[in-house]
Design a protein around this ligand. Structure first.
Ligand SMILES: [Mg+2]
Length: 132
């Protein structure tokens, strides 16, 4: 299994950092797509098969929470794995997003945190994950 990833963040620096981290993670990656806000993210999702979305919360045009709501409301997209990476500090908001089936990582983060969270939510085990 190869994981196609969509990285959605209004910071190009953060998108590059997350993409690089994924590349170094040892995870079986397919393509990594990028989008600068939720609206662009939905456009990528309408045209490409994506297995994992890594999304910021605070973005112009469409924020991460609205994007997640749109994804979860779409029968063809609703089961996609989602990880939120944000500086968001509100426990109420984080709880609400977790109930929508998203994992949460605080900025700043380490590459290991991203890797371990991806393995966890996608049920990927050790180095032999996906060999059968
Ligand atoms: Mg942002």
């Amino acid at each position: 299994m190869e994981i196609n990833v969509l990285v959605v963040d209004d910071s190009s620096v953060m998108r590059a950092m997350i993409s690089k981290t994924m590349g170094l993670s040892g995870l079986p990656l397919g393509k990594i797509y990028q989008a600068a806000n939720g609206q662009e993210g939905l456009e990528v999702l309408s045209g490409h098969w994506i297995d994992l979305i890594i999304v910021d919360i605070n973005m112009p045009v469409m924020n991460g929470e609205e994007m997640i709501d749109r994804v979860r409301a779409n029968p063809e997209l609703k089961d996609i794995s989602i990880i939120i990476i944000s500086t968001e500090g509100s426990d109420a908001r984080i709880d609400r997003l977790r109930r929508k089936g998203a994992a949460f990582i605080h900025k700043p983060f380490t590459p290991e945190t991203i890797r371990d969270t991806v393995k966890d939510i996608m049920n990927l085990g050790g180095s032999d994950a996906g060999t059968d």
